[in-house]
Write a protein that binds this ligand. Sequence first.
Ligand code: SAM
Length: 291
Amino acid sequence: MRGARQLVDLLRSIQDNDKSLGQHFLINDELIAKSIEFGEVSADDHILEIGPGPGVLTEALLAIGCKVTAIEIDAGAVGHLRNVFSKDIANKDLILHHGDALQLKWPSNVTKVVANIPYQISSPLIDLLTRFLRDQWQDCLVKVILLVQEEFAERLVMEYESDVGSLGMTALLDWQCEILAKVAPHHFSPNPKVNSCFIEMIPSHEEFPVDKRLVKQLIHQAFSQRRKKLRTSLKSVPRRLNRVPNWYSQRWKNSYSKLIDDERMDARPEELDFDDWIELTQDFVKFSEEE
Ligand code: SAM
């Protein structure tokens, strides 16, 4: 094992860090080992790593004997990884893709995602993970371990009252999320300005009596104007309502007009808990069908 410092220095000898790509590399080998431990990674796993960069985590994952698919957007880092891991690539333990992890197709048999991600893709990545989870025909994906910005982690798990919002509420439709540990800036090179956290996301596979996509639209719409009462925020039809099969503007407006005097419409979105959102969505469906 080369270890984190050596891999980071090797990449740095070729090129400078690109901060626009969120290149803050982990330089603490104990924390890298922790990522593997949190992921309970075994030789049977097929791990998806997003943004391997210098390959500090990649090296530790490969040492376990699992298969790794890694997607890196930075051409210089990809060249470096191809040199460092040429043997692992040749014997197909490492499948390395050059491209945007938000655009490329992920292998369908991934069992876990373990990654220190660029913080700017955190939200779209959670959306993509959720779509990946829902589209699986076998339940291969069992765990996701990510290193994310602390503030994002807190919103995802809704740590404090002020964190209650659309990110955490919609995550509850598919995941059990937990903060596992906090990581200080000096464990990265260069140091980010903020603290980071390891988070764990476990698929809940919970079924609901309504289409999850409609629940998400309702929650997003309400939190898009979080200080307003639902009566005001839900009056507008969500821009992406047509993503929900059989839902269109007039159907939404019908439901809204029938629910307008409902006492829940006097609430602000943070006053509703998860079950309230499910019930409210059920009522949206029910009233949209009534004459
Ligand atoms: N995994 C390494 C580590 O732990 O030190 C690097 C992590 S660094 C925070 C994020 C990495 O993601 C960088 O190497 C960056 O080039 C890469 N990256 C940024 N945006 C990406 C994207 N959309 N798809 C794939 N990789 C991306």
